[in-house]
Every structure is written in C-alpha cells, then in structure tokens.
Design a binder for this molecule. Structure first.
Ligand code: ZN
Length: 195
C-alpha cells in the first residue's frame, strides 16, 4: 500500500538535502519521480529544489490554487510514476494535503512530503498541521540549537539581529532564520526572562 510520509524539521536541518538524496536513490534504481516545490520560493529557486550543500534538481512549482490530485493524474497519464516528493510542504493548503492523501489511496503512488513544523511565532503551518493529522508516517529531521539541545523552534531575525515577534507567516523579503530549542526560543522572543 502506498503511503503519505511527512518529514518535518526546524530551519536549516538539511531537509532539502535529504529529499534530493532520497529522490536520487529512486532514480538510481530506474524509477521515475516527480518533484514539487512551492512557488512561494520561486523567485530565487525558479523550478528547482536546491540544498545548502550545493546539489539541486528540477522541480514543478505548485501554488495554493493547484489541484495536486489532478496535476499528478495528468503526469501519470503520460508515463510511469513511482514516487512524489514535495518540498516546502508547510505551504500546502489543508485541501492539498487531502489531495496528496488521495494520490496514495487511489493512485497508489507514495508521497514523501518535507517541511517545517512551526513558523517563527511557534504556530503550526496549515500544511504541516494537516500532514501531522493525516500522514501515515511521521519522521523528525533533527537539528541542534546553539546550546546543543534539539532545535524544534525557529526565530526570524530582523536586520538588527533581534528576533521578530510579529509579521506575516511567509516573509517576502529575504530574512534570516535561526533554529533553537524551545527554551532558547522563548528567551530570544522575550517571552520569558533568560537566566
Ligand atoms: Zn537551546
């Protein structure tokens, strides 16, 4: 049975690297894969998934308006498809996560989604919330805070290096993100005194 997988992480955990490696493994075995990524990052990474260690692969951009079930059905009408990889899965809508679930249930192709769990305010993204709710398989990609503990939270830093506490969930401008453990996230956000 095909499954819907969700690998989630904080920022800078190397999730795109892991996605590209997994897609490479499929291709190496002669299988055909489809890579999808959010057009919210299209400005800089136009139609590509890139990792910080320098590898990249072409990808189809999706917007929040696209019916992913229909898109994948179209791809399958033209040829074989063995797996679907979705990067920036936090930007999926709840409806799109259900479309991907139907791809596994009715089209019998595994879907491997990769994304951030929470935004810089500590709130779940819509796509991540839906994936955490209905994915068959959840996997955490670990990264560490500056203190060495597991980082589960993300802060968005302003130009002055201070953590921003307000703003849109998706930043249009180029901003810096830092992954922290929950304790250091709260302190950096000024929600609880350090010490
Ligand atoms: Zn820490």
């Amino acid at each position: 049975m095909a499954k819907l997988y969700f690998s989630y992480a904080a920022m800078n955990a190397g999730k795109s690297t892991i996605l590209l490696q997994a897609a490479h493994n499929y291709r190496e075995r002669g299988m055909d894969v489809l890579l999808l990524t959010s057009e919210l990052y299209g400005g800089t990474e136009d139609g590509h998934i890139s990792s910080r260690i320098g590898i990249s692969s072409e990808a189809t951009l999706y917007s929040d308006k696209v019916d992913l079930f229909a898109l994948i059905q179209e791809v399958m009408a033209k040829g074989r498809l063995d797996a679907i990889f979705v990067d920036e899965a936090q930007f999926l809508t709840k409806a799109q996560v259900w479309q991907l679930a139907r791809v596994t249930d009715y089209l019998h192709v595994p879907v491997l989604a990769y994304g951030l769990r929470t935004d810089f305010r500590g709130e779940l993204f819509e796509g991540s919330a839906a994936l955490l709710a209905i994915a068959d398989n959840l996997r955490e990609i670990r990264t560490i805070c500056e203190c060495g503990s597991k980082a589960t939270m993300v802060v968005r830093l302003g130009p002055d290096g201070k953590a921003l506490t307000e703003g849109d969930q998706v930043s249009i401008e180029k901003t810096t993100y830092l992954s922290l453990c929950r304790r250091h996230w709260e302190e950096r956000m000024g929600r609880f005194p350090a010490g």
